[in-house]
Design a protein around this ligand. Structure first.
Ligand SMILES: [Zn+2]
Ligand SMILES: [Zn+2]
Ligand SMILES: [Zn+2]
Length: 140
């Protein structure tokens, strides 16, 4: 997905393109694999030296909420990695517990988002997370 297409998708959601946000998107668009917030921070600081880790996290949370980026390694914030999630390519990941490598899988257990808890049938769903853990062929 080109940077122009991502920027258009961000604008279509009514979000402003701040210099930091543009830089985060540029870094993710150029990445070969999902990046941690620290890796994104280091890359963004090349052009925006004053950017803070908090700003990176705030932007990543917002873009994730909007479905524009996907999160890998959901277990904790420090090991979480992020990648662009282009329109219509919503997907999930299998994560190797040995080497940390993640693999994209196209299947989505979206049936879970259509059920409602018995205690609160009016529960409003705005997003979901799902991840499979195991060992890759190299680590078995
Ligand atoms: Zn592995
Ligand atoms: Zn992926
Ligand atoms: Zn899904």
């Amino acid at each position: 997905m080109s940077l122009d297409a991502i920027v258009a998708a961000v604008k279509a959601r009514g979000l402003k393109i701040t210099p930091q946000r543009l830089e985060i998107l540029r870094v993710l668009a150029a990445a070969e694999e999902p990046l941690t917030a620290q890796e994104i921070l280091r890359a963004v600081r090349a052009t925006q030296p004053q950017v803070s880790l908090d700003t990176i996290y705030r932007n990543l949370a917002l873009l994730t909420e909007q479905g524009l980026i996907g999160q890998v390694n959901l277990q904790n914030r420090e090991s979480a990695r992020y990648e662009l999630q282009s329109e219509g390519r919503h997907h999930h990941h299998m994560v190797c517990l040995g080497c940390g490598k993640s693999f994209c899988v196209e299947l989505c257990p979206s049936a879970l988002t259509t059920v409602r808890p018995r205690e609160d049938p009016g529960f409003k769903v705005v997003g979901h997370a799902f991840e499979v853990y195991g060992y890759c062929s190299n680590c078995q």
